[in-house]
Design a protein around this ligand. Sequence first.
Ligand code: ADP
Ligand code: MG
Length: 268
Amino acid sequence: MSAPSPLLEVSGLSKSFGGVKAVDGIDFTLAPGELLALIGPNGAGKSTTFNMVNGQLRPDTGSIRLEGRQMIGLTPRAIWRHGVGRTFQIAATFASLTVVENVQMALISADAKLYAMWRRARDYRRDDALELLEQVGMAAQADRPCSVLAYGDVKRVELAIAMANRPKLLLMDEPTAGMAPKERNDLMALTKSLVVERGTAVLFTEHSMDVVFAYADRIIVLARGRLIAGGAPAAIRDDRRVQEVYFGTGRTFERHTATVVPAAPAAP
Ligand code: ADP
Ligand code: MG
């Protein structure tokens, strides 16, 4: 018997915009259940890569195979049906619906039960929706409209929505953008616990190197559209080429330990 094939196999992937080679012949694989971080400076081609994998952008060249099946040319919807879920860089919930209704909409969509929207959408798999919300710690807010939620809570609802059709691969492009460090860690810890339990693979980008090193099983590094390094977090942290592309961007691989403000001298 041959070795099990990777869940995702990307090879020779390229995309240009005008004269800019946004992504320039990249190859990588992702194993079932693996958390792979795609990092690199701004403009490196991370979002372009994501948008090719989810079908929003058509590559100029290359191949994207999910469980051996070619995804290039399929619509985003078809790719989602094959098991590629995503969260959005900008929170994308229906503000006028409640939290649980948003998750129910995702379940309706996952089940391809369009008619249910016209019928009893309010009852549709409500228990399943509540269970998903329980898993992201949002069950208590199930009946509040999404419009009143704190930003970090919207992101948790989004995660529940993305998990509703039980994706094999979850794409997260800057899931923690706009969040404070503690919230970032909480969201990624939550994501990790959810995906580990279900064996879901995750491809994510993230600006906080603390988060990347804490949660990625493996890291690949893009610079000017090319993959310049890949490996375990510890190896990437020590990689000179990686340090060089980050040097001068204002981001470093140093731990962002909180600045220690000297305590005011105690009153005599
Ligand atoms: P990242 O997500 O790593 O910051 P992007 O994939 O967004 O990088 O962008 C890679 C390069 O492609 C950048 O030079 C960017 O300006 C360019 N680019 C991305 N999308 C478009 C587009 N729709 N039209 C023109 N240029 C684009
Ligand atoms: Mg981007």
